[in-house]
Design a protein around this ligand. Structure first.
Ligand code: NAG
Ligand code: NAG
Ligand code: NAG
Ligand code: NAG
Ligand code: NAG
Ligand code: NAG
Ligand code: NAG
Ligand code: NAG
Length: 676
């Protein structure tokens, strides 16, 4: 039965026929794959500028303008009426000469011939020309990858994929994009970005659908295609056709590359062996290198600008905190504070931190940032260049001056036109606030006053005699006596007068001190001495005892010129010296001590320097180890009064001249001279 079937002639002939047909179909179904085009010169028909690079890269065009290129499978493929289906895919890249503006494109073509001598570049992509465009006799099926929008061929944009039938006016087109299955959305692709991409073109003759799918290279084929166009290709495709690519540039050019290509009429085009695909050459587009250069220049400018700003800020910062530091100051560096620290400490020398304005400059309260120590910063605004060296030397030595009744100098800082002195902070401020303040609560009781007097005297004797060199204070007065937390007297501002007095010639020495406290011999252009400090101390004694300022109008004394020394002296002459005492104490004081203080004050205010007691004698009088010489109430202007030895048991006060009264003591210029 079986044999019968086999050998039945009709069946046999049918079987032979079928085998032949299948064989014939098999013979006519072309399939190939180029994983790169190495050694394909004979297996690929190229013309124009198209060339296969040594690494197997098919370079269609370069940056030459208005050129065309063609690369075709050298053998015709058959599209018999019953076999129109095909599947093809290729990997390509387009490097633009001018990013986003270069052209024109690559076209996958199925064409009856490979003779494109009449084809135009530009928008005709090396495939057709204006006269052949659109002719039915062309029998061309193409898929264009177009990077330039051209109105002649009705391009939809400058970055699209189109299906072209006999014409470069696309039958269907879409902006280059792909469907991301992961993100479930369409993603735009820039064809001439220089990036490698893959495209799939599938046609099924039963469905009559051309599907075009685009994706970045190495991206799996998206499940949704970019274009799906229905067409019966049987009227377009002839039995024998050529498949390949045309490409063209225009007034600007792209490097057009094809890395691999596979074609299959028997099934799905095989995917590539990625490891075999050639790599792209390193190409720098002009525009990009220009852009890079521009970017580099811009970056450089920006960096320079930033540096400049930083430098400017730094300089301003420097300027703000600029200090003067000369080489000779190196030796004194331990005594130096940084201006920045002082600036921060005093909150930028804020008015709210102002403690007062002394004779030489404003004083600010400050908290040192490093140690949180409270300090007083004196800003001496006039630092004369000349004397500064000696003065700094003196400050440095003054830093070593340590006495419980001196305000400790902690250090200094120097800027242009400014000297800053850093002192211990005295919480209770200066004595004058207590003596002359209007606030009743601030009235000092006698025991404190006497203790303060003794403290100041002790500080002065230390400066005059007990330290390694004689230091003149030169500005002893109530406002320079500060009070610490325990209300101990602390003499401040010592030595500052030196700043203004660097000339060794006594004749030109500027008068320094405070009017009312300046000894007459200084006003007569004599060098200050310890006894001129004693003079000022005498005035200080009267200030403390009487609670009055040395000169000028007093609120309760209604005379034009008032000289405290004369005023006390007048009471003394009347034998009522205690009446000069501070009324605010309401008589609540030690009479003996008060008398001692006032009389000692007058003694110290003696017009003749040599008649004044020394500080040592003053201290002895104050602590009772020596008795104040008894001063006769009848003040004999002619006879004078001489002050004897330390014990001072015998002596008398004498004026410097017969006509001058003690008023001379309190005045430093003729306008203030008080003669009678
Ligand atoms: C492009 O290729 C052609 C042919 O190989 C060559 O003559 C031309 O100089 C090339 N142009 C550029 C810009 O490299
Ligand atoms: C290509 O076509 C042109 C015109 O159609 C013709 O002149 C030329 O000889 C053809 N070239 C080849 C190689 O067939
Ligand atoms: C993606 O593009 C295709 C074709 O252009 C369109 O039909 C589809 O709606 C788009 N899908 C999304 C998610 O935008
Ligand atoms: C083309 O795409 C459609 C859906 O977009 C699909 O139904 C069809 O099978 C595809 N044809 C080919 C040949 O891939
Ligand atoms: C396509 O067109 C040809 C010729 O006009 C025709 O014979 C064929 O049936 C068409 N195919 C389909 C699927 O309609
Ligand atoms: C063509 O398709 C057939 C059937 O799917 C497959 O076996 C063959 O490898 C394919 N060839 C190429 C070159 O794609
Ligand atoms: C500094 O002192 C000198 C001389 O004593 C004086 O001429 C000058 O005006 C003073 N400068 C300032 C800023 O006070
Ligand atoms: C002096 O200062 C201390 C500490 O700041 C304070 O307790 C005291 O009351 C002050 N004395 C006077 C009289 O203001």
């Amino acid at each position: 039965m079986f044999l019968m079937v086999v050998f039945h002639p009709r069946i046999l002939s049918l079987a032979i026929f079928l085998t032949l047909v299948v064989h014939a179909f098999a013979q006519n179904e072309t399939q190939f794959i180029y994983n790169g085009f190495q050694g394909s010169i004979n297996k690929l028909h190229v013309d124009g500028v198209a060339t296969i690079l040594p690494n197997g890269l098919l370079q269609m065009t370069n940056y030459s303008q208005r050129i065309t290129a063609h690369a075709f499978y050298p053998y015709p493929v058959n599209f018999r009426p019953k076999h129109l289906s095909f599947s093809t895919t290729f990997v390509f890249a387009m490097y633009p000469q001018v990013p986003h503006y270069s052209g024109h494109g690559i076209v996958f073509v199925i064409s009856p011939s490979t003779n494109f001598t009449t084809a135009f570049p530009h928008a005709y992509l090396g495939l057709l020309n204006p006269s052949t465009n659109g002719q039915k006799s062309n029998h061309v099926f193409a898929v264009e990858l177009d990077t330039i929008q051209n109105a002649d061929v009705k391009d939809i944009d400058g970055n699209h994929v189109g299906i072209d039938i006999n014409s470069l006016i696309s039958d269907d087109a879409a902006p280059a994009a792909y469907y991301s299955d992961k993100e479930k959305e369409n993603k735009t692709l820039l064809l001439n970005s220089g990036k490698v991409m893959q495209i799939w073109i599938d046609y099924d003759e039963i469905e009559m659908l051309v599907n075009v799918t685009l994706a970045p290279f190495r991206h799996p084929k998206p499940s949704k295609c970019l274009l799906s166009y229905q067409i019966n290709l049987s009227i377009i495709l002839l039995d024998s056709m050529y498949v390949g690519f045309t490409s063209a540039t225009g007034n600007t050019a792209n490097f057009h590359y094809i890395l691999g290509w596979s074609w299959n009429q028997s099934g799905k085009a095989q995917d590539f062996d990625h490891s075999k695909l050639p790599s792209l050459p390193q190409i720098k587009h002009h525009k990009e290198s220009f852009k890079q250069l521009f970017f580099i220049v811009l970056l450089t400018i920006v960096i320079l600008l930033l540096l400049l700003i930083v430098a400017a800020v730094w300089l301003l910062w420097r300027k703000k905190y600029e200090e003067l530091l000369e080489p000779w100051e190196k030796d004194y560096s331990p005594n130096r504070f940084s201006y920045k620290d002082l600036f921060v400490a005093t909150k930028g020398f804020k008015n709210s931190e102002l403690l007062g304005g002394g004779g030489f400059g404003k004083v600010y309260k400050g908290v040192l940032p490093s140690t949180r120590d409270l300090v007083a910063v004196k800003r001496v605004s006039n630092d004369s260049k000349q004397g500064i060296k000696e003065f700094i030397a003196e400050i440095s030595s003054m830093k070593r001056l340590r006495h419980r009744n001196l305000v400790q100098l902690l250090g200094y800082c120097r800027r242009k036109g400014e000297l800053l002195l850093v002192y211990e902070y005295m919480p209770n401020g200066s004595l004058d606030k207590f003596l002359f303040g209007t606030d009743d609560k601030s009235v000092l009781c006698w025991s404190w006053r006497f203790k303060i007097i003794q403290g100041v005297a002790s500080a002065l004797i230390y400066l005059h005699e007990e330290w390694e060199q004689v230091v003149l204070h030169r500005d002893v007065k109530a406002s320079n006596v500060l009070l610490d937390a325990e209300m101990n007297a602390r003499l401040g501002d010592f030595g500052l007068a030196r700043l203004y007095d660097h000339n060794n010639d006594p004749r030109t020495t500027n008068v320094v001190g405070t009017i009312g406290y300046i000894a007459p011999e200084i006003s007569r252009m004599q060098k200050p001495t310890t006894s001129s400090d004693v003079f000022a101390f005498g005035m200080f004694l009267l200030e403390v005892g009487c609670g009055r300022r040395p000169i000028g109008k007093q609120n309760d004394v209604d005379i034009e010129d008032f000289f405290l020394s004369d005023w006390v002296y007048d009471y003394w002459k009347l034998g009522q010296i205690l009446k000069a005492s501070d009324p605010r104490m309401e008589g609540d004081y030690q009479e003996k001590e008060m008398e001692l203080v006032l009389k000692l004050g007058l003694l110290c205010l003696h017009p003749k320097a040599e008649e004044r007691p020394t500080m040592r004698q003053v201290v002895q009088f104050l602590d009772g180890s020596a008795t104040l010489p008894d001063i006769a109430p009848e003040y004999d202007v002619q006879g004078g009064y001489s002050f004897g030895d330390a014990c001072g048991t015998s002596g008398s006060i004498t004026t410097s001249s017969g006509t001058a009264s003690l008023g001379v003591m309190s005045s430093t210029n003729s306008a203030l001279r008080y003669g009678r």
